[in-house]
Write a protein that binds this ligand. Structure first.
Ligand SMILES: Nc1ncnc2c1ncn2[C@@H]1O[C@H](COP(=O)(O)OP(=O)(O)O)[C@@H](O)[C@H]1O
Ligand SMILES: [Mg+2]
Length: 246
């Protein structure tokens, strides 16, 4: 089954940003969404996640055949959809460890969100921290406060690895990362695909696609789909830029 976006029209602050976007992301596949700045890629991600203020005016978003439109972001998250943000916000006063433990506990339906009862979970957290290229000290820092661009991206990946969602949306996960970071992102995406997760990979610059060959590519421009294809479309964009769609 799949995540399906059908003829999606989205308005933000009364402004029509998406005008009829359709795409399908299947389990075990990577679907790349590309397009120049301002084409509506992040808006698509927020609309799928149900971010308040992103009003679906027309169309539908379905997970495994069921519409998500009536559900809150939290309910969508509990259904197994995860969005790694392009620009994760700073949350002063909240430690990374507190945030991560609360999200894991919430996902497992625990009453107490503050404590880790199972030592295996603690081990999983330490392993994931290492896996995304951060140190244990990272867990004691305030969420995204003073993080470098790369640390913010790695912290989003940390949450992703620990929550293990079935549908993963990555909004420009490679921006701000050095080459090793981009390769790590690509490996994580590859592992997710192999484990049957559905991956919607948003990138405006096709750098990460050098390391992960997408199954499908959809190109957005000014809120509509202007091209669809396979990996060859990503390669064309890499060579020619977006000139051919304008
Ligand atoms: N909160 C908002 N208020 C008004 N306009 C917005 C808002 N969010 C996005 N937009 C507009 O929607 C368009 C698409 O933005 P976005 O989805 O961020 O594009 P992309 O991620 O492809 O760069 C842009 O023109 C942007 O200015
Ligand atoms: Mg964006």
């Amino acid at each position: 089954m799949t995540l399906e976006v059908r003829d999606l029209h989205v308005a933000v602050s009364g402004r029509q940003v998406l005008r009829g976007v359709s795409l399908t992301v299947r389990y075990g596949e990577v679907h790349a969404v590309m397009g120049p700045n301002g084409s509506g890629k992040s808006t698509l991600a927020y609309a799928i996640m149900g971010r308040p203020g992103y009003e679906v005016v027309k169309g539908d978003i379905r997970l495994d055949g069921e519409s998500l439109l009536g559900l809150s972001s939290e309910e969508r998250s509990l259904k197994g959809i995860f969005l790694a943000l392009q620009e994760p916000p700073q949350v002063p006063g909240v430690r990374v460890s507190t945030f991560i433990i609360a999200s894991i506990n919430k996902r497992m339906g625990a009453d107490d969100l503050t404590r880790v009862k199972n030592p295996l979970v603690l081990k999983k957290i330490y392993d994931a921290v290492k896996n995304v290229g951060l140190s244990k000290d990272h867990l004691t820092r305030e969420l995204n406060v003073g993080f470098s661009g790369g640390e913010k991206k790695r912290n989003e990946l940390l949450q992703l690895l620990l929550l293990d969602p079935k549908v993963v949306i990555l909004d420009e996960p490679d921006s701000g990362l050095d080459v090793d970071g981009v390769k790590r992102v690509a490996e994580i995406i590859q592992e997710l695909r192999e484990r049957g997760r559905a991956v919607l990979l948003i990138t405006h610059y096709p750098r990460v696609l050098e390391y992960v060959e997408p199954n499908n590519v959809t190109v957005l421009y000014r809120g509509t789909v202007v091209a669809k294809g396979g990996p060859e479309l990503a390669r064309r964009i890499e060579k020619e830029g977006y000139g051919f769609i304008k």
